[in-house]
Design a protein around this ligand. Structure first.
Ligand SMILES: Nc1ncnc2c1ncn2[C@@H]1O[C@H](COP(=O)(O)OP(=O)(O)OP(=O)(O)O)[C@@H](O)[C@H]1O
Ligand SMILES: [Mg+2]
Length: 306
């Protein structure tokens, strides 16, 4: 089976920034793939290169086997991209925008599909409204419809839910999930880690132009970061009662409160409490926090000499 997107040894240099430093990344057909990373990591640069919107000199990028430079037209046909920046022509109505976009793909009679898209994206009542009269969230949804007029197999969304309210975000999730269930490959960048957790099968974390993690969502979340044990002690000098074996696990120390990082399987809370009690510590309050994707993300992107 061909890969949906295959990126090899990709570099992108802007005049003053080496934005992508040798990216190797494969998205399989039918996958729901997440691209995460802090501001300026290179996510949009990567997506714009896949979309054929940004030039590059080193490396290769294919969409369903079609090289995005040598075979640009065919690659473009397989692909629907929703860019991060909202761009629109203020002189057209929503329906006109979608008809024009259909025209680029030689689709003259596309209204049945356009109506279906408008309905799924809750834009039916805005079909004849001028683009400039739409709210930001509505414009973003028009851009999603625009990316889908030609029913592309691979759909790439660059922060589709940025600036979208909670309710609309949920309905957008539903919409994208449905696309995925219908067999589309989905690639999504987001700053909402819960969004990636909820939707994606696999996640790549990018930091300063490099892939720093690439794994299934489940495996990423299970990555030895374990759990955090938060304790309130009766003493204001907790270091005096934390035995040496536990000092290595200390993550925070503030007044009478300490936070210990426990390994996923090997550390037992009982053993920790026993060790503290052995030193005469009295625990007033206990709280336990399971690691989530956010912990992994912070660990991976901050842990690297920032
Ligand atoms: N057109 C451009 N010209 C010069 N530098 C650019 C250009 N576009 C992006 N960059 C730089 O490339 C790096 C990566 O930017 P990019 O927009 O890809 O990041 P991102 O991961 O999408 O960030 P965000 O989460 O903020 O959207 C940044 O240092 C940015 O300043
Ligand atoms: Mg971006």
């Amino acid at each position: 089976m061909r890969d949906a997107i295959a990126i090899a040894a990709l570099h992108k240099r802007y005049p003053t920034v080496h934005a992508l430093k040798g990216i190797d990344l494969t998205v399989r057909q039918g996958e729901f793939f997440g691209l995460l990373g802090p501001n300026g990591a290179g996510k949009s640069t990567l997506i714009n290169i896949v979309a054929g919107l940004t030039r590059f000199r080193e490396g290769s990028v294919r969409v369903l086997g079609c090289d995005v430079i040598r075979d640009y037209r065919r690659a473009r046909r397989h692909l629907g991209v929703v860019p991060q920046e909202v761009v629109f022509d203020p002189f057209f109505t929503v329906r006109e925008v979608l008809r024009i976009q259909s025209g680029y793909f030689g689709l003259g009679h596309n209204d049945a599909w356009i109506d279906e898209l408008l309905q799924s994206l809750r834009l039916s009542d805005k079909a004849d409204a001028n683009m400039r009269t739409l709210s930001g969230g509505m414009k973003r949804r028009v851009m999603i419809a625009q990316a889908l007029v030609h029913k592309p197999e691979v759909v790439v969304l660059d922060e589709p839910t940025a600036g979208v309210d909670v309710e609309q975000r949920k309905s957008l999730w539903e919409f994208v999930r449905r696309l995925h269930a219908q067999g589309h490959t989905i690639v999504l960048t987001t700053h909402y880690l819960e969004e990636a957790e909820a939707l994606c099968d696999r996640i790549a974390i990018i930091d300063r132009g490099e892939v720093v993690a690439l794994d299934t969502t489940r495996a990423l979340m299970a990555r030895g970061i374990g759990r955090t044990l938060k304790l309130a002690l009766t003493t204001e000098r907790p270091l005096e009662v934390v035995p040496p074996a536990l000092v290595a696990k200390l993550r925070r120390l503030e007044g009478n409160r300490i936070e210990l990082q426990l390994e996923k399987d090997s550390d037992s809370i009982i053993a920790v409490l026993d060790a503290l009690r052995g030193e005469g510590a009295v625990v007033k309050d206990i709280e336990m926090e399971e690691a989530d994707l956010e912990d992994v993300f912070v660990e991976l992107t901050r842990g690297r000499t920032r």
